[in-house]
Design a binder for this molecule. Structure first.
Ligand SMILES: Nc1nc2c(c(=O)[nH]1)N[C@H]1C(S)=C(S)[C@@H](COP(=O)(O)OP(=O)(O)OC[C@H]3O[C@@H](n4cnc5c(=O)[nH]c(N)nc54)[C@H](O)[C@@H]3O)O[C@H]1N2
Ligand SMILES: Nc1nc2c(c(=O)[nH]1)N[C@H]1C(S)=C(S)[C@@H](COP(=O)(O)OP(=O)(O)OC[C@H]3O[C@@H](n4cnc5c(=O)[nH]c(N)nc54)[C@H](O)[C@@H]3O)O[C@H]1N2
Ligand code: SF4
Ligand SMILES: [Mo]
Length: 691
């Protein structure tokens, strides 16, 4: 699109829960955003956005945007509302929350996740509000907390390689991530590394688009990654492919890990993982024999019972081979721990009644279904922002029944009438990223990215921060933090004297658009891990203190033929439900052009599994277990391994045929550590279904 005189370009940040956190250039003409493009100068964005966010104006100006406050006039879930004024809505909400809080504020629950990853429109003002209120605390576990626990107990924090340095790597294991879909800008870097001679290897039960383009693909069974990593350690130790000097100086617990790895010879690993023993040996030799050798770890491998242990086992490998010595070596799951955040100043936990000793109860967002149906004391009100739990939380039938409770008071801050908003008593229209200010960290690179508002709020939309400020005022919360502007909230999120950002102001970041943290290219070349010991903890004293196994181990899935044979007899297929390329979790499902690209909810299965059930490619099928069922279009191909079915997430229930999507079958069972969901630990059966 040609730029005309008078057009302005505003620097922004992609708000989505995506490791790439792209720097945006938003072109505005006559007050209307006409184009959203990638900042050509930002070193990881490099002027390129994914298809979804290139269409961001289509989403922002979508005719279905909620642009006035709405009050429910139909039964819960019907999505029937009438417009009301802001004052009327906020007064009614404040009065209702106050009445509940007078009995017990813990009967109120915030429910939020990463609809936006910004500090200001995320947990800035909102957390202050719920802390001051004394509401139940939400355990925000739905995505990454198993992996975070794995990182914490091994590395000391969510720290790792600089994504830009993968360009130097000679070998890249792409482990549990479909980067072409979910980490596009890393994929570009990996492609550049490949042009320079690197080998790419995918470790994924499914031959994803990414795995198709790798030099080698190890298709292990879901939830068996810890066994594979321990098998690799077994070979590294058995063939003495170790960096003894690095191990001696910079690791803790090598002997304990050696003893554990001895239990995982390649032949046993091959049986557990459903792969060839040669794969294990080959991976170990490649990791030890290539410099630099890097592992891009994804979240796909931590969504089964043993998820945190799997991450611990994988993160141990670069310490054994000394890969951290090179900038292009080591591993990366998340960079979020590199940012000098000041969460206490941002979210003000000290405002909680009982601080710091007797804090309000915690409700795990993964278990929202059970919590709404049976928490004691009961949950009487839920305030949802930046999330769509009815679609994205596991075990939908229970979640839907919970949100359908007529005695539950539900407020949803949203852009659209999602499955969750349909269950609200009040829907409050929120601004999109083009309409508000924010500041972003990320989990995929090392830049802070600023988001300047490009256009005025549409209709009567208000920013989350502004909505919580208004509610705080009505509730009589007079701490000065509730009067802070968005810029002040953003400023509170960081420790500005930290050497990683020292000397820079928020104003400068806003103007330039982004700032790279000063973190060394090879942060652990000389050890210095942010653990209590300063070492990479192969065995964790902190886990031992808690009475837990200090050394990573393979924990079989909750649901598998080996661990639950009776269940597997009825539901023999392991279902995984990774992200769809054209959606961002459940966001964008209602953007027609993107939904058209995805066509229909799909479920891929191996030709033999399909034939055994009389299913042909393109058939409508029913995917079911004891928890529920959904309909999908069968895709029959050898990209799915035998025994594993793949359904892409996360369709809105109401836009899926039959009104149910994939989380109808997933379970609320949690991971080994981190209290995280086990979306990919889910046995099902599949049958042909009537059109
Ligand atoms: N287009 C798009 N991008 C997204 C998202 C989206 O919905 N759409 N979601 C965003 C969010 S919230 C997140 S958390 C990230 C997640 O992104 P990543 O962490 O990069 O992981 P995914 O792309 O989800 O990849 C999951 C991959 O893991 C595989 N997998 C499943 N089970 C296992 C297992 O047990 N072991 C191994 N080794 N692999 C397994 C799946 O087949 C799939 O290919 O992506 C973000 N980016
Ligand atoms: N089966 C299955 N289920 C999954 C997953 C899976 O792989 N398989 N992935 C899981 C993962 S990794 C995650 S992270 C979760 C994600 O789950 P959620 O965090 O709920 O993410 P979204 O589905 O993207 O929903 C975000 C909502 O926030 C809204 N929103 C965006 N910006 C704003 C704003 O500024 N203000 C307000 N008020 N609202 C805003 C959007 O319109 C959208 O409806 O889903 C999980 N669910
Ligand atoms: S969703 Fe990810 S790849 Fe797409 S624009 Fe946003 S940060 Fe970039
Ligand atoms: Mo996520």
């Amino acid at each position: 699109m040609d730029i005309k005189a008078g057009d302005i370009v505003v620097k922004g940040a992609c708000p989505h829960d995506c490791p790439d956190t792209c720097a945006l250039h938003v072109t505005v003409r006559d007050g209307r955003a006409i184009r959203v493009a990638g900042d050509p100068d930002h070193p990881t964005t490099r002027g390129v956005l994914c298809t979804k966010v290139s269409r961001y104006t289509e989403r922002t100006y979508h005719p279905d945007r909620v642009l006035t406050p709405l009050r429910r006039i139909g039964p819960k879930g019907s999505g029937r509302f009438e417009p009301v004024g802001w004052d009327e809505a906020l007064d009614a909400i404040a009065a209702r929350l106050q009445a509940i809080a007078a009995r017990d504020p813990q009967r109120i629950l915030p429910y939020s996740y990463c609809g936006t990853m910004g500090w200001v429109q995320g947990e800035g003002m909102a957390s202050r509000f719920f802390h001051r209120l004394g509401a139940s605390r939400l355990d925000r576990t739905i995505c990454a907390s198993a992996g975070m626990a794995g990182l914490e107990y091994t590395m000391g924090a969510a720290v790792g390689m600089d994504v830009e340095r993968f360009v130097d790597s000679g070998l890249i294991l792409i482990w549990g991530t479909n980067a072409i879909t979910s980490n596009l800008h890393f994929w570009s870097i990996a492609q550049e590394a490949k042009r320079r001679g690197a080998r790419l290897v995918a470790i994924d039960p499914y031959r994803s688009d990414t795995a198709m383009k790798c030099d080698r693909h190890v298709a292990l069974l879901p939830g068996t990654d810890a066994a594979l990593a321990l098998g690799i350690a077994n070979v590294l130790i058995g063939e003495d492919l170790l960096d003894h000097d690095y191990i001696a100086r910079h690791t803790l617990g090598f002997d304990a890990l050696r003893a554990r790895a001895a239990e995982y010879p390649p032949e046993r690993v091959a049986r557990i993982c459903g792969i060839a023993a040669d794969d294990v040996t080959w991976l170990a030799r490649a990791l030890a024999g290539t410099r630099p050798a890097a592992i891009r770890v994804g979240y796909g491998l931590q969504r089964t019972r043993g998820g945190a242990n799997a991450v611990r086992a994988v993160m141990s490998l670069p310490a054994l081979t000394g890969a951290w010595r090179d900038a292009g070596g080591g591993a990366l799951l998340s960079t979020s721990g590199h940012f000098p955040q000041d969460l206490a100043a941002l979210t003000r936990p000290d405002l909680m009644p009982g601080w710091p000793g007797a804090l309000p109860r915690v409700v795990n967002m993964v278990e929202i279904g059970d919590a709404l149906l049976g928490a004691d004391p009961p949950i009487e009100a839920v305030v949802v922002y930046n999330s769509n739990p009815v679609a994205v939380a596991p075990d939908s039938e229970k979640v839907i029944r919970g949100f359908a409770r007529e005695d539950l008071f539900t407020v949803v801050l949203e852009h659209f009438l999602t499955d969750t908003a349909d269950h609200a008593d009040y829907v409050l229209p929120a601004t999109t990223q083009l309409e508000h200010f924010d500041l972003h960290k990320t989990y995929g690179h090392r830049y802070l990215v600023a988001n300047n508002p490009a256009i005025a709020p549409l209709g009567q939309a208000r920013a989350n921060s502004d909505i919580f400020r208004a509610l705080a005022q009505r509730m009589g919360f007079d701490d000065p933090c509730f009067a802070e502007t968005d810029e002040q909230v953003a400023a509170a999120a960081l420790r500005w004297d930290d050497p990683r950002i020292a000397g820079v102001t928020l104003g400068q970041i806003r103007e330039h658009g982004w700032l790279k943290l000063k973190v060394p290219d090879a942060p652990f070349a000389q050890g210095g891990f942010p653990t209590p010991s300063g070492k990479c903890e192969l065995a964790s004293p902190r886990l031992a203190q808690q009475g837990l196994d200090p050394v990573p181990d393979f924990l079989p899935p909750h649901e598998s033929a080996a661990s639950a044979p009776e269940l597997a007899a009825r539901y023999p297929l392991a279902l995984i439900s990774p992200p769809a390329r054209n959606f961002l979790n459940s966001t964008f499902v209602n953007v027609d052009s993107l939904r058209a690209s995805e066509k229909a909810p799909g479920c891929e299965l191996h030709p033999e599994d399909a034939a055994a059930r009389g299913i042909a490619d393109g058939d409508q099928v029913r995917v079911f277990n004891d928890r529920g069922a959904f309909l999908a279009r069968a895709r029959v191909s050898e990209r799915a391994r035998r025994g594993v079915a793949v359904a892409w997430g996360v369709w809105w229930h109401k836009l899926a045929p039959g009104g149910r999507s994939v989380n109808a079958v997933t379970s609320q069972a949690l991971t080994d550590m981190g209290r995280a969901p086990t979306f990919y630990d889910c046995l099902v059966e599949i049958a042909g279904a009537q059109e």
